[in-house]
Design a protein around this ligand. Structure first.
Ligand code: NAP
Length: 247
């Protein structure tokens, strides 16, 4: 078994990366925050829960003898990425990040960029609209400030308790979501505007492509700043970096 790697996960790519590295004979442990009640099955051993900040993560790396950490968390999970960079400096265990590029607007896209969920809610405006919300269930509270809209809310786990708004429909689903299905959903639900993050990648792009086809506006919550560490854009690039670092 080759050197041991801690993978900070919670994304489809982290799961794929773990499978690739394990297939190459690397000994991997995948770490999840524990937000999802029924997490997807993983191809390598898993640990769940926070480390207690950058210092806690640095201790974990040192005491468990890891030789490398891969930050394959979601592009909006800014705190754990900052902690990973700091923990690498504290522990001397190098970090490599997976930095999935963001989507870029194409001809026919109608995006309004905002920097937070609160700003996204404000951008919906005073007139009632039918809004498709594709955000995490822990990010929805700001929508209570705009109870005049109708919300269609998709999340991995149920939204409990529901929002204090008079018109909201909820459903659970886990990606990937393809364009044809997203288009059917948006049409059937008479959605007028989408609120989402610029997640990048293919798994969540279906709604963006469907919005373009249907001429729907998208309120796009832009990405947070992330630390500048050695990175690859996809699984293959990160595997190459891992091989470079660990030989
Ligand atoms: P965050 O704000 O950056 O992290 C908050 C805290 O959660 C961290 O300080 C850390 O606690 C713990 N944590 C986060 N990721 C962890 C991991 N992989 N393993 C162990 N502890 C972790 O992150 P978030 O936005 O709440 O996201 C949580 C997880 O969900 C991430 O792993 C991310 O990949 C996944 N995810 C997030 C989004 C999103 O839009 N934010 C979307 C899809 C998936 P300690 O400081 O105690 O170590």
């Amino acid at each position: 078994m080759k050197a041991s790697i801690l993978i900070l996960g919670g994304t489809t790519e982290a799961r794929q990366l773990a499978a690739h590295l394990a297939a190459e004979g690397f000994d991997c442990l995948l770490s999840l925050a524990g937000r999802t009640k029924t997490p997807a099955a993983q191809p390598v051993p898993v640990r769940v829960g926070g480390f207690g900040g950058a210092e806690g993560l640095a201790d974990f790396l040192r005491t468990s003898g890891f030789r490398l950490m891969v930050d394959a968390t979601h592009p909006y999970a800014a705190r754990i990425s900052a902690n990973a960079a700091q923990a690498a400096a504290l522990s001397g265990v190098p970090v490599v990040a997976m930095r999935r590029p963001g989507w870029v607007p194409q001809m026919g896209d109608n995006w309004q960029s905002v920097d937070s969920v609160t700003a996204a809610v404000a951008a919906l405006g005073p007139a009632p609209r039918r809004v498709f919300v594709a955000l995490g269930r822990n990010e929805l509270l700001p929508f209570e400030r705009a109870p005049h809209h109708h919300y269609l809310i998709r999340s991995v786990d149920p939204v409990e308790p529901p929002l204090a708004v008079p018109q909201a429909d909820y459903f659970t689903a886990r990606g990937p979501f393809v364009e044809a299905d997203e288009r059917t959903l948006l049409e059937a639900q008479r959605v007028e505007v989408i609120v989402c993050k610029n997640s990048g990648g293919d798994a969540a792009y279906g709604k963006i492509a469907a919005a373009r086809t249907l001429g729907l506006p998208v309120v796009m919550i832009e990405r947070p700043a992330l630390p500048d560490v050695p990175a690859g854009e996809n699984v293959e690039a990160v595997v190459a970096r891992v091989r470079q670092v660990l030989g």
